[in-house]
Design a protein around this ligand. Structure first.
Ligand code: 2AM
Ligand code: CA
Ligand code: CA
Ligand code: CA
Length: 258
């Protein structure tokens, strides 16, 4: 299985580098922007074209796999059996539209429901975070070491803006117990920050493609990924997730009120 995960890891690194070289050219171009569920939920022509390209290449290389993706080019799956690729072509679409640098492309791969390989590319910095439980986690070619298991009071937290503003699930108490809050509007960039120890908690409502790659990488590097209701994480559902150091995640689970 290690050989298979290494092969998929190499495949994802090549695929996301190709995506980046195109997106960097497109970031300053006029974008065709549409709304989805509301005025802050955007999709552009580049989200769609990027996803279409990624899904086609995955299907060409792994024809027996399933693909779950945000903008509708993937499959509708009911089970996690076999090889499942989760694709978020542009994570942080609002940032992309506003020409902020914090956006990413992400692919997370699961084998029979278990985290297998993940890759997140920070497009504007051309840094790719990739690996899996059998490989370890890398920033480009550099192996990352496990972040220090800090307590909540020792580190910064990231919690989605709307959740904190409404004190949803008592999240303002979580912020009060920490070193402070940062908000980036891009799940992939926050996962990058957890892997490199810049922040120690990420709490947000995440869809499967927002979570898939980050969960693989966090768990492969000794970080915890839990559901706020402490049920097992379900990759076929959206859920409120708390990711971060083991100590801080356990403190957040005791602080939130569900
Ligand atoms: P996206 O840019 O791929 O849609 C977690 O907050 C993730 O949710 C973000 O990385 C972003 O991914 C998405 N998101 C942020 N604001 C959103 C909104 N208002 N509606 C829907 N999805 C949103
Ligand atoms: Ca979106
Ligand atoms: Ca996303
Ligand atoms: Ca997206």
């Amino acid at each position: 299985m290690k050989e298979k995960s290494q092969e998929i890891d190499n495949f994802l690194v090549g695929l996301l580098h190709d995506v980046v070289s195109k997106l960097v050219k497109e970031v300053k171009m006029n974008k065709n922007v549409n709304t989805k569920s509301g005025p802050n939920d955007l999709v552009t022509n580049f989200d769609k074209s990027t996803e279409k390209g990624i899904v086609e290449i995955i299907k060409e290389h792994y024809p027996d796999s399933s693909v779950v993706s945000e903008e509708g080019f993937g499959d509708d799956i009911k089970s996690m059996s076999g090889l499942v690729f989760f694709v978020d072509p542009i994570d942080g679409t609002m940032n992309f539209v506003k020409c902020h640098d914090s956006f990413a492309s992400m692919v997370g791969v699961y084998l029979d429901g278990e985290p297998f390989v993940g890759a997140i590319i920070n497009v504007m910095q051309d840094k790719i975070y990739h690996g899996g439980p059998e490989l370890g986690v890398f920033e480009n070619d550099q192996r990352l070491s496990e972040p220090i298991n800090q307590e909540l009071k020792e580190g910064l937290v990231v919690i989605s803006g709307p959740m904190v503003l409404k004190n949803y699930l008592n999240t303002q108490d979580v912020v009060g117990k920490s070193s402070g809050i940062r908000i980036f509007g891009c799940a992939g960039i926050v996962f990058e920050h957890l892997l490199t120890g810049k922040e120690i908690i990420y709490m947000s409502y995440l869809k499967p493609w927002d979570l898939a790659a980050g969960r693989v990488l966090c768990e492969s590097l000794g970080l915890s990924v839990a559901r706020v209701d402490e049920k097992p994480v379900d990759m076929l559902q959206s859920q409120v997730v708390i990711a971060g150091t083991k100590k801080a995640v356990s403190e957040v689970l005791k602080t939130v009120k569900i």
